[in-house]
Design a binder for this molecule. Structure first.
Ligand SMILES: [Zn+2]
Length: 258
């Protein structure tokens, strides 16, 4: 399989030809996706995740909240919704080839980037020890399509970046993790920030766009009519492509830390 990715660096666009194993990373990477809600990984970066798994990388998820407010159905409570959404998340992840999921079970809608959250995320980073970490941009208040970004997305991005640097790196940060839980410090080599208004990496994910849609189908409690969702997602083709020959992209800001 040949997939082309456009890596945008400053004013230069670099076309990278990728085969099954060569990527922007030469060796298989351990990738950890940390986001606020079940369904965020698929909506924000599902096609990239499918591509990364297909090209030999290992991807894990950490979902911070249960997504337990996301319904208009008055017959179910937050506990029930939490278990529905975690089940849906496992199925969706499975479609993309992701088997390892960690749920922090914070309540949906109330997330704040405090020290408890930073400690919990630091713990996960030190346990999974990712080469690459994917999270969302905490500075995005207004989305590109004239909407408001969810406060949990901003809080999740902020707490995750704060955990990456410097808390996960320094053994004296949250010393109980090192002293009592025997979790060694860890340096994340790269952070890929999704949901950003300032991307510098554009991935062509045309090949795996349908896998993203199939994964999104599993979030039955969230997506409404699956046909309408599919139509909406297929309409996200790039402006330079056509219905007959669509092209799709997912965009990131790439931070090199290690
Ligand atoms: Zn979300």
């Amino acid at each position: 399989m040949i997939v082309a990715a456009v890596i945008k660096r400053g004013k230069r666009n670099i076309m990278v030809e990728q085969d099954k194993t060569t990527d922007y990373w030469e060796l298989p990477q351990n990738i950890l996706v940390i986001l606020a809600h079940p369904d965020d990984p698929e909506f924000f970066c599902g096609a990239s995740i499918a591509h990364w798994v297909l090209t030999g990388h290992k991807v894990s998820y950490c979902l911070i909240t249960c997504g337990d407010k996301g319904t208009k159905d008055r017959s179910i409570d937050s506990d029930e919704l939490c278990s529905i959404r975690q089940k849906e998340q496992r199925l969706a992840a499975g479609i993309l080839g992701v088997k390892d999921l960690y749920f922090l079970d914070y309540p949906d809608g109330y997330l704040v980037p405090d020290l408890n959250l930073r400690r919990d995320i630091t713990r996960v980073i030190r346990q999974i020890r990712p080469d690459i970490l994917v999270t969302c941009d905490p500075t995005t208040l207004f989305t590109l399509n004239a909407g408001l970004n969810h406060p949990d997305h901003r809080a999740a991005g902020q707490a995750t970046l704060d955990a990456v640097f410097p808390a996960a790196r320094d053994h004296l940060s949250f010393i109980e993790l090192w002293r009592d839980e025997k979790l060694e410090p860890h340096v994340v080599r790269e952070v890929w920030v999704c949901g950003t208004r300032e991307p510098d990496v554009i991935l062509d994910v045309t090949v795996t766009w349908e896998a993203k849609i199939r994964a999104l189908y599993e979030h039955k409690s969230q997506i409404g009519d699956p046909e309408k969702l599919a139509e909406r997602m297929r309409n996200r083709r790039t402006p330079d492509s056509t219905i007959e020959l669509p092209r799709y992209e997912e965009k990131y800001r790439r931070l090199i830390l290690g």
